[in-house]
Design a protein around this ligand. Structure first.
Ligand code: PMP
Length: 394
């Protein structure tokens, strides 16, 4: 029976990582995989997370199961972090999940139960895992136009035109901040228009929030999610703690479901718990507990915010430096978008053959669609990247 399986396509980003590892050149630059790295090229455990881990090691007396939807303390801190006071808390159902990916999967399973015929609309382009997960959950997908490849900015009028065609009961997947892979984001007034359109069409927003704190700040990066949740009768949010707490391998995420009223909340909460049960019984607890400890302790929280702010501003600094260096080398402002984009990624807009030249001639590795991880740079390596981009005629 198992011989009937089809070979799976190789993961392009992991393939790139292997190519980079095997490249013998002493000077090379990995701008591929989406993991934050500091100027020394490390992905450190954040100070507050380490401190919480030490405390947990001392204080934890049992590793018995938690509840099916995870720890209510985790739900509360994450609801506050993501939603603030945007909606009445009695309307919010929540379940801890296996990372942001698990949150997307459980959220889409929930959609499949509520509206099996729904189509899920994703931005063109989007995170490459979105469409396969939608398919795995048994739902149809479609794309709405998003990125203007010419200007490396959002094509807002095209996006709105496409979202106007969405049927009532369909789902619109939105990146809450720091769009992956493009780095191009909506302004708040544009988010307001999107929220208005969603309420007019009766579509259900599903917000993927994987980079809160990596763009303009913790509160600023949650603003769009809060605005949409406040405007729409119901909203699904898949939040990841992988990046902003640096706990990638702990697999920590949450589904937040904003429901029309407290009665609906109870039913949705029961369905989220049931879906967790069907998928993996209990969600992982270690990362969720660390997040809860950090957010509940004023001292740990302040230290976490300070370190997260350093991470955010270091990426902004690299963006500005790269845009400046490219302006100096090309005599044009066509790379100004790099300083406007937010988050870990920007799509450079290079052709596949130029991406190959960057790799072959300069040892610079980025994903084939020319998405580059800004956090793979350091102030010392930016000039070499700018020189290579100019040399490849991008
Ligand atoms: N959504 C987007 C847009 C992402 O970039 C990622 C991480 N690459 C995720 C979700 C999932 O993150 P996690 O590692 O927490 O599953």
């Amino acid at each position: 029976i198992l011989s009937h399986l089809h070979p799976q396509p190789e993961d392009q980003i992991l393939k790139l990582t292997a190519l980079f590892r095997d490249d013998p050149r002493p000077v090379k630059l990995d701008l591929g995989v989406g993991v934050y790295r500091n100027a020394a090229g490390q992905t450190p455990v954040m100070r507050a997370v380490k401190a919480a881990e030490k405390q947990l090691w001392q204080d934890e007396t049992s590793k018995s199961y938690t509840s099916l939807a995870g720890d209510p303390g985790f739900h509360k801190v994450m609801r506050d972090l993501v939603l603030g006071d945007a909606v009445d808390h009695t309307r919010v159902a929540a379940a801890a999940t296996v990372g942001g990916t698990g949150a997307l999967s459980i959220a889409l399973d929930l959609v499949k139960r509520a509206a099996p015929g729904a189509t899920v609309w994703v931005s063109d382009p989007t995170w490459p895992n979105h469409v396969p997960i939608i398919g795995k959950c048994g739902l149809a997908s479609n794309v709405y136009r998003y990125f203007d490849a010419e200007n490396r900015a959002v094509n807002f009028s095209a996006m709105m035109e496409d979202l106007a065609r969405v049927a009532p009961g369909d789902v619109v997947l939105l990146h809450g901040c720091c769009h992956n892979p493009t780095g191009a984001n909506l302004t708040l007034p544009e988010w307001q228009e999107v929220a208005r359109l969603l309420t007019q069409t009766g579509a259900l927003p599903l917000i993927d929030l994987a980079y809160q704190g990596f763009g303009d700040g913790l509160e600023e990066d949650a603003a769009a999610t809060r605005l949409v949740a406040a405007a729409c009768p119901d909203t699904l949010i898949a939040a990841s703690c992988s990046k902003n707490f640096g706990i990638y391998r702990e697999r920590t995420g949450i589904v937040l479901a904003v429901t029309p009223d407290a009665a609906a909340q109870g039913v949705v909460q029961g369905n989220l718990a049931a879906l967790n049960r069907l998928t993996y019984s209990f969600p992982p607890d270690h990362g969720a507990r660390l997040v809860t400890m950090v957010l509940e302790s004023p001292a740990l929280r302040a230290d976490w915010q300070a370190e997260l702010e350093d991470i955010r501003t270091s990426m902004l600094g690299l963006r500005r430096q790269l845009a400046d260096e490219l302006r100096a080398r090309t005599g044009s402002d066509r790379f100004g978008f790099l300083a406007q984009h937010r988050g870990m990624f920007s799509r450079l807009g290079a052709k596949p053959e130029q991406v190959a030249r960057l790799r072959d001639e300069h040892g610079i590795y980025m994903v084939g669609d020319s998405r580059m991880n800004i956090a793979g740079l350091s102030p010392a390596t930016v000039p070499a990247l700018a020189t290579a981009i100019a040399a490849c005629g991008i």
